[in-house]
Design a protein. Structure first.
Length: 40
């Protein structure tokens, strides 16, 4: 499809719903096309 790059953004709350004011953690994975394969 010719997509050179895509991002996976995962947002999860640390402490779940019970503690909505606690810090959150965001994980971002960037995948890029290199030699016809995606690399993280």
């Amino acid at each position: 499809m010719g997509i050179p790059e895509y991002w996976i953004v995962y947002f999860r709350a640390l402490g779940a719903v019970r503690y909505p004011g606690k810090p959150k953690q965001i994980t971002i994975t960037i995948c890029q096309m290199v030699d016809d394969e995606y690399q993280l």
